[in-house]
Design a protein around this ligand. Structure first.
Ligand code: RTP
Ligand code: MG
Length: 155
């Protein structure tokens, strides 16, 4: 960039119902900030069934879908927009593998190892691609136009 600044990227992070009810929010935010992310926005939301089904629509044909929807509607979640260079990949690396039970063995310092329980109750979410990140940020933060979400070189 002409001003020499580092090109930043945004991603959607979420603390799932078990993360909130387990009081892991402060610990997770500490890891987020210490890892160099900025928290641009945050919002506590109680997803209803329609909302959870929309958010995880890509999994609608999977055997675990109804269980996933029940889990995601069991209590409030905390949605956050994180920003940093390589935010999407780096946040996924920081949360660790989907199965928290496996994460405790293979990625003991990951967030899912810290607060997750098993292959479903894994306490956090991260967007898996730029397209997912844009869709998911717009889902929780309707005021974030796709323009704002894709603009990387602000300031
Ligand atoms: P996420 O989307 O929440 O960040 O998780 P992920 O990419 O690591 O995993 P994904 O395959 O997208 O699955 C979405 C969520 O569905 C639940 N799940 N349950 N019972 C099962 O075998 C199973 N597999 C996945 C998890 O809550 C997972 O995070
Ligand atoms: Mg996923």
């Amino acid at each position: 960039l002409s001003n020499g600044s580092v090109e930043k990227e945004k991603t959607l992070a979420m603390i799932k119902p078990d993360g909130l009810s387990g009081n892991y929010t402060d610990e997770i935010k500490k890891v987020i900030l210490e890892s160099g992310f900025s928290i641009l926005r945050e919002r506590v939301v109680r997803l209803d069934e329609d909302g959870a089904k929309t958010f995880y629509a890509e999994h609608s044909s999977r055997s675990f879908f109804s269980s996933l929807i029940k889990y995601m509607t069991s209590g409030p979640v905390l949605a956050m927009v994180l920003e940093k260079e390589n935010a999407i990949t780096d946040w996924r690396a920081l949360i660790g593998p989907t199965d928290a039970k496996k994460a405790k063995i293979s990625h003991p310092h990951s967030i899912r190892a810290m607060c997750g329980l098993d292959s479903e109750k894994n306490c956090v979410h991260g967007s898996d691609s730029p397209e997912s990140a844009q869709r998911e940020m717009s889902f929780f933060f309707q005021e974030m136009s796709s323009d704002e979400v894709t603009r990387h070189d602000e300031l």
